[in-house]
Every structure is written in C-alpha cells, then in structure tokens.
Design a protein around this ligand. Structure first.
Ligand code: ADP
Length: 268
C-alpha cells in the first residue's frame, strides 16, 4: 500500500491506495498520535510520503521510515491529478488558492508553481473569531449554524447607504463587512447572523486578494482548495459568486482538501 500525508497546522490529511482501493481520511493535528497509530496498525508494509509543516514531527512518530516532499509542489501535483480525474480543464497559467489555516496563493505555468501571495485570513480566522464572537468551538456546529444566518443583520450593503438613490455600483455588494453598526447597540445580532457574516468576510477577502493576483498574472481559472471549504457551502458560494463578479473562473475540485496528500502519494 501507498500512503500520502499532508500534515498541516490544523488537520492531517491522508490519501491512501491499498490493493485496488483508495481512500481519504483526516485527523486533527493535535491528535497526531491517533493518526500515527492508525497508519502503523491499518496498513501492511506501506510506502509513506509526507508533506506539510508538521511533516517532520509526524515522521518522527512513525516506526516506518517516510519520505518527505516540498508541500507546494505536492499540492500542484495533486491538483493536476484530481482535475484530470474529474475532467476539469485548468488551462495554461492558472492560480490555485489553498484556503487552509491561512491562505496561500500560487501561480502555475509550464508545470511549475510559484507562490505569488497569501493572506492570514483563512480557516483559522473562522475558528478563532467564531469562538471569540459566539463561544462556539466545533467546526461543524459553526458552519451549520452559519447556514441559517442572515448577513443583512450585520453587514452594510451598498443599498443601505444609497437610501432611495440609485447607487453607482450594485446595491447588493458589501459596503462594509460587520458595518451595520447603527443597528447593533441594544439589538445584538443572533449567532447565526454573526457567523454568516464572518464567513462572508473571509470569503470576500480571499477572493479580493486572489482575483487581484489572477489579474496581475493574466490567469483566468482560480482553483480553490483547502479544508476550509469542506462542508461549508456558504463559503464556497461566496467565493464562487465574487470570483465570477471579478470576471474570473472559480473551480472547486472534489477532495480538493486532499491535494497535498494526493501529491505526496504520487511522489512515491
Ligand atoms: P492546514 O493544512 O493549515 O491544516 P487545512 O487545509 O487542513 O489547513 O484547513 C484547515 C481549516 O479547515 C480549519 O482552519 C477549519 O476552518 C477547517 N476545517 C474543516 N474541517 C475541520 C475540522 N473537522 N476540524 C477543524 N477544522 C476544520
């Protein structure tokens, strides 16, 4: 069997092939011992390749010796593989944006990637601010609660400013994230509304930075990956809508969160 692992700041992503079957699994990085035990016990003489910031720590916990590879190259390889498998054409010169704990932006051309930018706004921001604003800590609870939220209670839209007058840009655009301050004293928005706005803020920042980098590099397609998109349709929708508004083509791959792990596996 072959095992590719992307050991990130928040999650350890594992892609594996055994006989004819293949699968994916993830663990919290803080449960690294559990991940290591599963790898040691469930596979028979596996070849292992690890990438990601925590690859050295994880490798030291394994009895089986493991290869390590550079994360960004592994991610590119994994994206290429998943795109082919899912019959998605990325074209020549595309951007990939990894919305992980933080966000990293890469330009791919001629089979090589270059890191062209990034932002500290990412999945960690969602978890941290969600906790500070609502006290919620569980990722799935946060994301599900946000699904019922109304951003209109928290964010100021352009049309809120241009009362009665015709705005020079779409009234539907966000004028100010979390900016509906006049309503707030005395009528604190519900947790669902706050979390929906938080996801909106993260999505809009990620898109603004990414589409600017796409314009700068003359790229059309932007592949968004990373576990922050997982089970989070609200973030995905925000990113999709705003990327299209900016005239770029958003692409989401099934199992995109496992791109680095797949690339590591393919390096074996
Ligand atoms: P990294 O490689 O930096 O660990 P990931 O691509 O794995 O980054 O994304 C981590 C983010 O994914 C978290 O910050 C969180 O927003 C989101 N996430 C998705 N599923 C979970 C989960 N089960 N537990 C915690 N965070 C999760």
């Amino acid at each position: 069997s072959k095992i590719g692992i992307d050991a990130g700041g928040t999650l350890i992503k594992v892609a594996y092939t055994e006989n004819e079957s293949a699968g994916y699994r993830s663990f919290r990085s803080r449960d690294m011992d559990e991940a290591a035990a599963w790898i040691e016990n469930d596979f028979d003489h596996p070849s292992i390749c690890i990438t990601g910031g925590k690859s050295k720590v994880l490798a030291s916990k394994l009895h089986t010796s493991a290869m390590t590879v550079v994360e960004f190259d592994a991610t590119m390889k994994g994206i290429d593989f998943l795109a082919h498998e899912q019959e998605r054409t990325l074209g020549d010169g595309y951007l990939f944006v990894n919305v992980g704990t933080g966000t990293s932006i890469h330009y791919v051309i001629d089979g090589r990637q270059e890191r062209v930018g990034g932002s500290g706004i990412g999945g960690g921001t969602l978890l941290g601010l969600a906790y500070l604003l609502t006290g919620m800590r569980d990722y799935d609870t946060i994301v599900q609660t946000a699904g019922d939220g109304d951003r209109g209670q928290v964010d100021l839209k352009v049309r809120d400013i241009f009362e009665g007058a015709l705005p020079p840009i779409s009234g539907d655009l966000t004028a100010s994230n979390f900016g509906k301050t006049e309503m707030m004293p005395g009528r604190t928005p519900a947790n669902a509304d706050i979390l929906a706005s938080l996801i909106g803020l993260i999505g809009e920042v990620v898109v603004t930075v990414s589409t600017n980098m796409a314009a700068h590099n003359n790229a059309d397609a932007i592949v968004y990956i990373g576990s922050s998109l997982r089970s989070n349709p609200l973030l995905q929708e925000t990113i999709e809508t705003y990327t299209k508004l900016a005239g770029k083509t958003p692409i989401f791959l099934d199992n995109g969160a496992y791109s680095g792990a797949v690339g590591a596996l393919l390096s074996l």
